[in-house]
Write a protein that binds this ligand. Structure first.
Ligand code: NDP
Ligand code: OXD
Length: 306
C-alpha cells in the first residue's frame, strides 16, 4: 500500500515519518511529480497536478476540519474524502471562543486600557442573562464550544441544518428557524462549514437581526462574512464588536480596515490548529480501518459540501 503526503505550506517530512512509524507495512512518501499513484493521500491544499496523478486513490485525508478548498478541486471520483475529526481541535476552539466571549462580556479590553493608564476603576457587573450566545453549526467543534459556554452559565442556543437535541441549550434548525435563533441571540459564534448555502451568511440581514449590542465571533471561514456589512453595523452602533480569526484573504492585507478598527480583534486563523501527532494517529487508524473494509467517521458528503 502506498501513501502519498502532499502538503502546501507545511513540511511533509514529520508527517511521512509519523505515518511510516504507525503503518510500517506501507510505503509512505512525500509526493513528487512522476511518483507512482498512491492508495491513500494525506493532503492540505494539494495542486491539481497531484490529484490528476491519483487514479486509484481510496482515501483522501485532509489535515483540517474544513474541506471547502479541497472540494473546489477536481477529485478522484471514487476516493473517500475524509476530514479531521476533532484530533485535538475542539478543546482549542472551546478555549478560544470562551476567551473571546468572556473578554467581551467582562469588558476586559476596557480594563486593559485602564490598567495601561494606571487607572483603578470598576465597571458595573453585567448579567449573563443579557448575553445569550448563539452557536451556528452544531458539529464536532460547535457542540464542544456550546457545552463549554454552558459551563460558564451563558444561556446557549444552537442552530444546525438538521434538528439536534442537546442538553442545556435551545436548538434551532434549518432556514425556517434561523430568524427565531438570531432574534434571541446577542453574541453570535460562527462554526459552520463553508458551502454554497453558507457563503456570505453573515451579512447585514443576519447580523442586523441580533439583539442590539450584538457581538460576532467568526472562527469558521472568512467567506461567511460580508465584510462591509459588518463594518456598517459596527459604525452604526448596532453591533458592539467582533472577534475575527478567519478572513477572505489570508494573511489579512496590511491595509485592511479590520486591523485598525477599535471594535474588531484580529487573530491569524489560529483558533484551532492542526496538531500533528493527534492527526497522524487518527489518519493511520482510519487507513487501517478502511483496509480492513470497515467504515470510518469523518467522511465528507461531497454534494452537501461538508
Ligand atoms: P462539522 O461538519 O462537524 O459540523 C458542521 C455543522 O454545521 C453541523 O452541525 C451542520 O448541521 C451545520 N451546518 C452545515 N450547513 C448548514 C446550513 N446550511 N445551515 C445550518 N447549519 C449547517 O464541522 P466542524 O464542527 O468540525 O467544523 C466547522 C468549521 O470550522 C469547519 O468547516 C472549518 O471551516 C472551521 N474551522 C476553523 C478552524 C480555525 O482555526 N479557524 C479550525 C477548524 C475548523 P448538521 O448537524 O445538521 O449536519
Ligand atoms: C481547519 C482549519 O479547517 O484549520 O481545520 O481551518
Amino acid at each position: 500500500m502506498r501513501i502519498a503526503v502532499c502538503l502546501t505550506d507545511n513540511k511533509p517530512a514529520p508527517w511521512v515519518e509519523g505515518l511510516q512509524r504507525l503503518l510500517p507495512r506501507a510505503t509512505v512518501a512525500a509526493w513528487e511529480p512522476g511518483a507512482p499513484p498512491a492508495d491513500h493521500a494525506v493532503v492540505w491544499a494539494p495542486p491539481q497536478a497531484f490529484l490528476d496523478a491519483q487514479p486509484q486513490l481510496r482515501g483522501l485525508f485532509n489535515i483540517g476540519a474544513g474541506v471547502d478548498a479541497l472540494l473546489k478541486l477536481r477529485l478522484p471520483p471514487d476516493a473517500l474524502v475524509v476530514r479531521l475529526d476533532d484530533a485535538g481541535m475542539s478543546v482549542q476552539m472551546a478555549e478560544f471562543v470562551c476567551h473571546a466571549v468572556i473578554r467581551h462580556f467582562r469588558e476586559l479590553d476596557a480594563y486593559g486600557q485602564d490598567s495601561a493608564q494606571g487607572r483603578w476603576g470598576f465597571r458595573r457587573p453585567r448579567s449573563r442573562s443579557d448575553f445569550p450566545v448563539g452557536v451556528m453549526g452544531l458539529g464536532v467543534l460547535g457542540q464542544r464550544v456550546a457545552r463549554s459556554l454552558g459551563a460558564f452559565e451563558f444561556p446557549v442556543r444552537g442552530w444546525s441544518r438538521t434538528r439536534r437535541e442537546l442538553p442545556g441549550m435551545e436548538c434551532f434548525a434549518g432556514a425556517e428557524q434561523f430568524d427565531a435563533f438570531l432574534a434571541g441571540t446577542r453574541v453570535l459564534v460562527n462554526l459552520l462549514p463553508l458551502t454554497p448555502e453558507t457563503e456570505n451568511i453573515l451579512d447585514r440581514e443576519t447580523l442586523g437581526r441580533l439583539l442590539p449590542g450584538g457581538y460576532l465571533v467568526n472562527v469558521a471561514r472568512g467567506a461567511h462574512l460580508v465584510e462591509e456589512d459588518l463594518l456598517a453595523l459596527l459604525d452604526a452602533g448596532h453591533l458592539a464588536g467582533a472577534a475575527l480569526d478567519v478572513f477572505r484573504t489570508e494573511p489579512l492585507p496590511s491595509d485592511h480596515p479590520f486591523w485598525r478598527h477599535p471594535k474588531i480583534t484580529v487573530t491569524p486563523h489560529t483558533s484551532a490548529r492542526t496538531l500533528r501527532d493527534e492527526s497522524v494517529a487518527q489518519i493511520a487508524r482510519k487507513i487501517e480501518a478502511l483496509e480492513r473494509g470497515e467504515s470510518i467517521a469523518g467522511v465528507v458528503d461531497r454534494v452537501r459540501g461538508y
